[in-house]
Design a protein around this ligand. Structure first.
Ligand code: SF4
Length: 346
């Protein structure tokens, strides 16, 4: 979104003027080939643009090759520190790898860099709150966010000293303030490179979504972040859906319908929760960015509903429907389920 440089992984552009990308990570072992392919297909269907795949051992390199050859989803191999795995991933056809170059012997790292240069492979480097060394913590005088930044800086300088610039930078922590601060430091010192953002180990459910959103939104509003992952203890599709919701709420990127619905109160004339449940499955075929308002009563409902392209405002007996601000008709509650598909047609 804001980096000066843009990198390209197959056809996927990241950074520069490209939209903020939404990523996830495969959560099935690579040797379960058909299951992994099915997960990739589900991810593609919900808009995922890149998925990381862990390559923990060389014996999975053939499975990675199979995956890269059979899915349309861009795959980034997650390597960490074993140069043999990095080389195997590139040989398998991966055009993006995530490594921790600081933990690779220099001569082996040079092999990785040479191969990456020859094949045009993008390397994501980054530090994680759990892997900060004591030396980095000392250098940062105990400040963990700064130590994270120092860890990223060390890795970045290692690659830059070898004239390798096809980079994505990232720093992750499970603490929201720490993660934000570390990413601010990276963006301030390396503004030219695309950044991957996200909170690591955010956890499950509402708490995980809130933590991930708090971190990612804060950074995006400061212009930091070119590609994101909402890490959740959940299916990867959920991570992608939440990622798009964040971008939609910040008006950075629109995917799907913008559903506006009132929280309801004692004035409600329609069961909004029930109505939303009826309407939601019908929204899949509407174009991206269309807005639909579902309001619970005639007090605020009609005005709000008129602003949206499609509006549903509760009345004592049912609801008034609006299309492009004009009344479409008033219907009894029992009639709504039947009339809504007609109403939502173009
Ligand atoms: S639109 Fe009506 S029902 Fe919904 S929150 Fe506002 S006043 Fe309450």
């Amino acid at each position: 979104m804001n980096s000066k440089r843009q990198v390209k992984i197959n056809d996927l552009t990241i950074g520069g003027n490209a939209p903020v990308r939404v990523e996830s990570m495969l959560k099935i072992s690579l040797d379960k080939r058909e299951e992994v392919l099915a997960q990739c297909e589900r991810l593609i269907n919900c808009g995922c643009e890149m998925a990381r795949a862990a390559l923990p051992r060389l014996e999975y390199a053939e499975d990675l090759k199979f995956l890269v050859e059979h899915t349309k989803l861009t795959i980034m191999a997650d390597i960490h520190f074993d140069p043999a795995l990095a080389l195997a991933a590139m040989e398998a056809g991966c055009r993006a790898i995530r490594i921790n170059p600081g933990n690779m012997p220099l001569n082996k790292l040079n092999d990785v860099i040479t191969t990456a240069k020859n094949l045009g492979v993008v390397i994501r480097i980054g530090a994680n709150g759990g892997s900060i060394s004591l030396a980095q913590l000392d250098a940062a005088k105990g400040n963990r966010a700064e130590a994270l930044y120092i860890a990223v800086r060390e890795q970045a300088e290692l690659l830059l000293s070898q004239n390798f610039t096809n980079l994505i930078l990232s720093a992750k922590s499970s603490s929201v303030p720490e993660c934000i601060k570390a990413n601010e430091l990276i963006a301030a010192n390396y503004p030219e490179f695309p950044m991957h953002i996200g909170l690591t180990e955010a956890g499950p459910g509402d708490g995980g979504i809130v933590k991930g959103t708090a971190c990612i939104s804060n950074l995006l509003l400061k212009g930091i972040g070119d590609t994101l992952r909402v890490s959740l203890t959940d299916e990867p599709e959920r991570e992608v859906k939440v990622g798009y919701e964040i971008l939609k709420s910040l008006e950075l990127r629109v995917k799907g319908v913008n559903l506006i619905s009132c929280p309801t109160c004692g004035r409600r004339r329609a069961d909004v929760m029930k109505l939303v449940k009826v309407v939601e499955p019908m929204l899949k075929n509407l174009p991206d960015g269309v807005s639909l308002a579902v309001m619970g009563c005639e007090v605020n409902g009609p005005k709000e509903a008129r602003h949206a392209q499609y509006g549903i405002a509760g009345t004592p007996g049912g609801a008034v429907l609006f299309k492009e601000g004009k009344p479409f008709g008033e219907y009894k509650f029992e009639e709504l389920e039947k009339i809504l598909p007609e109403f939502l047609k173009n």
